[in-house]
Ligand binder design. Structure first.
Ligand code: F6P
Length: 375
């Protein structure tokens, strides 16, 4: 195999806290340990296609480790193997432009890629590896829905942010005897709602894995009233649905790997609840993108940097074609071929997400202290 002298980093998909920590760890290790050059492609695969990159050196990555977001920006749309091209006559075609990306890499002397992303981004990473480009994948998501790793960075920071918001909402909920609904992200899985709600002292947690009965939620509010607790905190996952109902789709993004965007269930729930418990005001707060931003948590700083150093070690030591992951308390790796396309990196369309076990220990423990799941 050709020796690797220069590598490119790509951040694709939705952003989350910890991306900058990976970029920083990869760059520092590449330069210090291996003496290789590093470039960062801007806006994910879009930058690879347009040969739009920045040189990354010690100065560029200094002081970014703890910051949320990505200094390279991200895009969740640009699949170069099925790329949307707009022509002068107004027509649109979808074409495989991956060879142009590879030409760009050759022109700049970029020998290998470290690709940080979710299912869509890592599927393309595998496809570039199949075309002979050495690639190592780094998984990320705030949703904790990737089965092939115990956890990704981004999740713990999002939880921290949710708990912080719940602490704030508690005091105002108490002051006004209100029923407060807090909608959180998570796509089709309820991890953020479950663990964020449990740690943030929610009274009701509604998750996709346990379709809810509105009457049970009303009962819980009334029970709290009877106990002299005149406020109720309800954490609802964006993918939660009523028994016999469906998810609340906010938007369809046609040229994205996962087209469906969820959101709005909290507002819908507030409208319904207000009619059923007229003695309470009901307010809805959608935490939305606050969960993806801000300062990276201590756990995510460590995990992201460990992922970064493992990724560059793999690339430089003949281990291309792998994805790093976290199992137990160890950072290990797995073949991209094994996890991508099998549902293992969370393609919900393939039913491959890591779901909350509705009879599992965490739900059981939350129920034991009186948290209602609407079932
Ligand atoms: O997968 C991460 C995530 O933040 C989900 O929790 C959420 O449903 C989705 O991305 C939002 O996507 P977008 O940034 O395209 O609105």
């Amino acid at each position: 195999m050709k020796p690797i002298k220069k590598i490119g980093i790509i951040t694709g998909g939705g952003d989350c806290s910890g991306l900058n920590a990976v970029i920083s760890a990869v760059t520092k290790t590449a330069i210090r340990k291996y003496g290789v050059e590093v470039v960062g492609y801007l806006r994910g695969y879009f930058g690879l296609y347009h040969n739009n990159f920045v040189n990354l050196d010690m100065d560029k990555v200094s002081g970014i480790m703890h910051e949320g977001g990505t200094i390279l920006r991200a895009s969740n749309k640009d699949n170069l193997f099925n790329y949307r091209l707009e022509h002068e006559d107004g027509s649109v075609t979808y074409e495989d432009v991956s060879d142009i990306a590879i030409e760009n890499m050759k022109k700049e002397g970029v020998d290998a890629l470290i690709v940080i992303g979710g299912d869509g981004t890592l599927t393309s990473a595998r496809d570039f590896q199949r075309k002979g480009i050495p690639v190592v994948g780094v998984p990320k998501t705030i949703d904790n829905d990737l089965p092939s790793t115990d956890v990704t960075f981004g999740y713990n920071s999002a939880l921290t942010s949710i708990v912080d918001s719940l602490d704030k909402i508690h005091t105002t909920a108490f002051s006004h005897d209100r029923v407060m609904i807090i909608e959180v992200m998570g796509r089709h899985t309820g991890w953020l709602a479950l663990e964020g709600g449990f740690a943030g002292s929610a009274d009701v947690i509604l998750i996709p894995e346990i379709p809810y009965d509105l009457n049970k939620v009303v009962e819980k509010v009334k029970q709290r009233d009877a106990e002299g607790k005149y406020f109720t905190i309800i954490v609802v996952s964006e993918g939660a649905k009523e028994k016999g109902g469906d998810v609340h789709v906010r938007q369809i993004v046609e040229d994205s790997a996962d087209t469906m965007r969820l959101g709005g269930v909290g507002k819908q729930l507030a409208n319904k609840l207000e009619k059923l418990i007229p003695n309470h005001e009901v307010r809805n707060t959608n935490l939305a993108y606050t969960q993806r931003g801000g300062i990276t948590s201590q756990f995510d700083r460590l995990l992201a940097q460990r992922f970064g150093t493992m990724a560059i070690d793999l690339l430089m030591q003949g281990g291309a074609g792998k994805m790093v992951r976290y199992i137990g308390r160890d950072v290990t790796h797995v073949d991209l071929e094994e996890v991508v396309g099998s549902g293992e990196v969370g393609e919900t369309s393939k039913g491959g997400a890591k779901y909350v076990d509705k009879n599992g220990q965490i739900v059981e423990s939350a129920k034991a202290i009186g948290i209602c799941f609407g079932d």
